[in-house]
Design a protein. Structure first.
Length: 585
């Protein structure tokens, strides 16, 4: 029962001051994304914000002391791609800076859940660490840090998630979102935070004459930017300028063949050409394969892939990750079918009802006791994309708890919603945390029906019905002469594109020359601009509704699309990537 989205053309409310080096076609696109000048568009390393973050001096001193005293350091990571890249970055750089005793521990999500819990501290204790460094977690680990302190283990928290009302009693905390932090780029991923910590550590060690006195070559932190780019894109954080710099510089190193063997191997098993890599390849090809380890097995496998310097070992582990990703996709498809059938029953209101999105809750909660705990986040994302409303999907956890993963839409801050629910119903949630667009939680199974009702009721308070219709923001109509390979390459090179710095979308009416189904659910088209019927161009729409398409009656189509470069069997050509299509009047 999908509704057609609203198609709105972006309004440009600011003026710009670009030089002739910025193509005229790009200028309105950049202005619509808030970029007003060459300086704001630049992605050179010299444009990175200086490491002026609350807690950085203390963190650098803590780590430098640990290196000088040869203390045992344990990095405790998270089980997603950001956590894996953060962990690998910390280990590689610390070892390159002279750390002799540094190892990692990643909680198995099915046994211990997220963060530095007291249970994970108990596991960590077995390796006798003297300093625990959290990456991509820890800001909400009040009990875990307290447990470490009680054992005489110091804790350095590095995180980017939003803090709660209280902070852990750590020896140092680095998080741009903690109260009082002046750092302007609040959207750093966990791997970006760790990059800044390591930069501050290198400066501290340099000031102590550490490198020169011990004959250690100062590491070039730029050599780790492939990891920073991968974690930043995979975590879907906003690509404001600081993150765009980190991602672009990492992409340049990967394209130049200077990536870690593990990243090269993951690109190879995904069938991606590293020389033509764009940010979306990291998000849709590399990230999911890395994440598959944490979703179905143990993220230690993914971290080993990133850490190894051996090409053959990297390929072997990447092949394992690729197989896990295939398994994850199969599980996801089955769960998605279950969820869609359940929601269609709600829409139909019974066997003889009429379908309507109005029957759906404003906030959708889904649960099935056969679902896989590691895949509910992807399921929530898929259902959110289809119905354009906040979704939380649950699976069975341990000890009578359900583990949920939520995905949101613009205008709904998922973590804040959960926080308000927890305050209104203090006994309902076991724990929660996350971001504006994604969050995780756990609750006793018996509270699920009450939670689903409360979640929907709260969203009905906050949202107007119009907010439940998706909006596609178009950058306008491309003239027929611009539908060529040169423009497609220009747009591709103008990135990196990503969250809150979206790849350009265009709209227009096209005549249908040919249409056919490929790969079961993809619609392959040959089109021509309505005002240039002799100018044919290829197009593809992925994961279409096969009950509607191909459509023999469709002679003209209204499209919203991206103009991209297609490479197939050595042939390079422009292609429209269709985001939305409907029959034109």
């Amino acid at each position: 029962m999908d509704k057609n989205p609203r198609i709105l053309r972006r309004q440009i409310e600011i003026s710009g001051d670009f030089s002739d080096t910025v193509h005229p076609l790009l200028r309105p696109i950049l202005l619509a994304r808030g970029v007003r000048s060459d300086a704001e568009y630049a992605t050179e390393l010299k444009g990175l914000l200086k490491p002026e973050m609350k807690g950085l001096p203390e963190a650098a001193a803590l780590l430098a002391d640990a290196l000088e005293r040869n203390r045992r350091i344990l990095v405790v990571g998270d089980f997603d791609a950001d956590g894996a890249t953060s962990t690998a970055l910390a280990l590689l750089a610390l070892r390159d800076m002279g750390a002799q005793q540094v190892d990692f521990l990643v909680p198995n999500r099915f046994e211990y859940g997220y963060g530095l819990t007291p249970e994970i501290v108990a596991v960590a204790r077995q390796s006798s660490p003297e300093l625990i460094v959290t990456v991509d977690n820890g800001i909400s680990s009040i009990d875990g840090v307290a447990a470490a302190n009680a054992l005489g283990i110091e804790v350095l928290v590095t995180d980017h998630h939003l803090p709660g009302d209280a902070l852990p009693d750590a020896a140092a905390i680095v998080n741009p979102n903690q109260p009082g932090c002046p750092f302007a780029a609040k959207s750093l991923a966990g791997v970006g935070v760790m990059f800044y910590v390591l930069s501050a550590l290198r400066n501290e060690l340099r000031a102590r004459d550490w490198f020169a006195s011990r004959g250690i070559a100062e590491p070039n932190l730029g050599n780790y930017l492939d990891l920073v780019a991968l974690g930043t894109v995979a975590d879907v954080v906003p690509l404001e300028q600081n993150n765009r710099i980190l991602v672009e510089q990492g992409l340049r190193r990967i394209r130049a063949g200077r990536a870690r063997p593990g990243i090269r191997a993951l690109l190879q098993v995904a069938g991606r050409n590293h020389q033509r890599l764009v940010a979306s390849d990291l998000g849709f090809a590399v990230g999911p394969r890395l994440n598959a380890a944490g979703r179905l097995d143990d993220m230690s496998l993914g971290i080993r892939c990133l850490l190894t310097a051996d090409e053959s070992e990297a390929l072997r582990v990447a092949a394992e990750l690729d197989e896990l990703n295939r398994e994850r996709r199969a599980i996801e498809q089955s769960m998605q079918q279950d969820a869609l059938r359940a929601l269609e029953r709600v829409q139909l209101g019974g066997e003889d009802g009429e379908g309507s999105d109005d029957e759906l809750p404003f906030g959708i909660c889904l649960f099935d006791d056969t679902w896989h705990q590691g895949v509910v986040g992807i399921l929530a994302s898929r259902i959110k994309e289809k119905y354009h409303r906040p979704v939380i999907a649950f699976a069975e956890g341990d000890n009578g708890l359900l583990k949920g993963s939520g995905r949101s839409i613009p205008g709904v801050h998922m973590r804040d919603v959960l926080d308000l629910l927890a305050k209104r119903h203090p006994d309902m949630l076991e724990k929660f945390g996350g971001h504006a667009m994604a969050a995780g939680l756990s609750l006793p199974r018996e509270h699920y029906p009450r939670f689903a009702e409360a979640f929907d009721a709260l969203l009905r308070e906050q949202l107007e019905p119009a907010a439940l219709t998706a909006t596609l923001h178009s950058d306008g109509e491309l003239p027929a002469p611009a539908l060529n390979l040169e423009t497609a390459q220009l747009l591709r090179d103008a990135g990196p594109w990503g969250q809150q710095f979206p790849e350009p979308l265009f709209d227009g009416v096209f005549r249908v020359i040919n249409q056919r189904l490929v790969g079961e659910r993809h619609l392959k088209l040959v089109l021509a601009p309505d005002d240039a019927p002799q100018q044919a161009i290829d197009a593809i729409a992925f994961n279409i509704d096969t009950r509607q398409w191909p459509c023999a009656e469709a002679q003209r189509l209204q499209l919203v699309y991206k103009l991209d470069v297609n490479e197939f069997r050595g042939r390079v050509s422009p292609q429209l990537l269709v985001e939305h299509l409907e029959v034109a009047d």
